[in-house]
Design a protein around this ligand. Structure first.
Ligand SMILES: Nc1ncnc2c1ncn2[C@@H]1O[C@H](COP(=O)(O)OP(=O)(O)OP(=O)(O)O)[C@@H](O)[C@H]1O
Ligand SMILES: [Mg+2]
Length: 339
């Protein structure tokens, strides 16, 4: 690759001033077991060959990616008061702020791998069911103008959900730029879920769904990327970036559809790819990078990280210098309205 994400000296210092990242959301423990076939008969025991413990959840994945990049962030998260909470706190120690400890079990997902790559997930919400949004409110009140706030995994935080429209409105009022990645709603895309999310998006600077989530919000299960981006533009105060898996990601920039194709790489495991993508996109935006360059950094950086086992990102300064940018930067501000 030639060129760079941005024509700036390679350094970990943000080029866009002293904007800080704040990442708030869910962290949990994932236990991966497999391969499992056929599905066990109730009452029997099955022995599998592999088991792995892993940090999971939107905040967990994004915070670990930021730590690998060497990009500092304020973290707003919590764990339960059990051994999994201690383990999670320990694994996240290098990523930044420690969690608040809540009474009860830590959120746990058991992922059963089937031959052929399919997975079955069994989850317990654990501490996430108890988590209150007061620490997020406090982070917004103490943030500085221009700081970037990402809320990730909000659909798994039942007590945060009703508070988000007002919290996003307050963040905007304080000049804090907001980004939202909800994940998939556990109850499905009901009219109530769509209304709830639309109320938050009216105050959001950046919405970060994948295409299926965008279709769910729009109640348009077969919408193509073009239609999805146009529909989102009507609902989001700022702009949307739609993640497209092996196809990359897309956005609208001054009314133009921009699709950044992912490089063809052999990936092992795409769990949490969207959260790694968010870490890269926000690092680029924090640097004051134009949105098309930031998109390019996020797509290429994520795809190359997925090609390494275990997943690994280089330092942000190195990545920024390495990645080519073939699209000209636009003068548009990174998070201003899409059209
Ligand atoms: N098979 C793949 N090949 C190459 N790159 C990929 C592949 N899958 C994902 N990516 C990269 O990861 C980015 C984000 O992935 P994806 O679209 O799967 O997000 P997501 O659905 O939000 O993921 P998740 O919700 O599981 O975290 C893509 O834009 C792309 O750069
Ligand atoms: Mg996602």
């Amino acid at each position: 690759m030639t060129g760079s994400c941005q024509d700036a000296a390679a350094s970990d210092e943000p080029a866009g001033g002293s904007a800080r990242l704040i990442v708030a959301g869910n962290a949990s423990v994932d236990l991966l077991l497999g391969p499992l076939a056929p599905w066990p008969t109730p009452g029997t025991e099955v022995v599998v060959e592999r088991s792995t413990w892993r940090v999971g959840g939107a905040l967990g994945n994004t915070a670990l990616a930021l730590a690998q990049l060497g990009v500092e962030a304020r973290l707003v998260w919590d764990v339960g008061d059990d051994m999994l909470g201690t383990w999670l706190t320990d694994r996240m120690a290098a990523a930044g702020d420690p969690p608040r400890v809540l009474e009860g079990a830590t959120s746990l997902t058991v992922a059963l791998n089937h031959p052929g790559g399919e997975r079955t997930f069994v989850s317990h919400l654990g501490h996430l069911a108890q988590s209150e949004p007061d620490a997020l409110a406090n982070a917004i009140e103490t943030a500085h103008t221009g700081d970037l706030l990402l809320v990730g995994g909000s659909f798994l935080l039942p007590r945060w959900r009703p508070a988000l429209p007002a919290l996003f409105a307050r963040a905007r009022e304080r000049g804090v730029r907001t980004a939202l990645d909800t994940g998939w709603p556990t109850e499905g895309w009901s009219a109530a879920v769509r209304a709830e999310l639309t109320a938050t998006l009216a105050h959001a600077d950046l919405f970060l769904p994948n295409l299926d989530e965008a279709r769910g919000l729009l109640d348009a299960p077969h919408a193509d990327v073009d239609t999805a981006l146009a529909g989102l533009a009507e609902r989001v105060a700022g702009r949307s970036v739609v993640k497209l898996g092996a196809r990359g990601a897309g956005l609208l920039d001054a009314g133009d559809q921009v699709i950044e194709s992912a490089p063809a790489v052999r990936v092992n495991d795409t769990v949490g790819a969207g959260d790694t993508f968010n870490a890269l996109l926000l690092s680029a935006l924090r640097d004051g990078m134009a949105v098309r360059s930031a998109l390019r950094c996020a797509v290429h950086g994520t795809s190359h990280a997925l090609a390494r086992a275990p997943r690994q990102l280089p330092r942000w300064s190195v990545l920024r210098a390495e990645l080519a940018h073939t699209e000209p930067d636009t003068p548009a501000s990174p998070l201003e309205a899409a059209s």
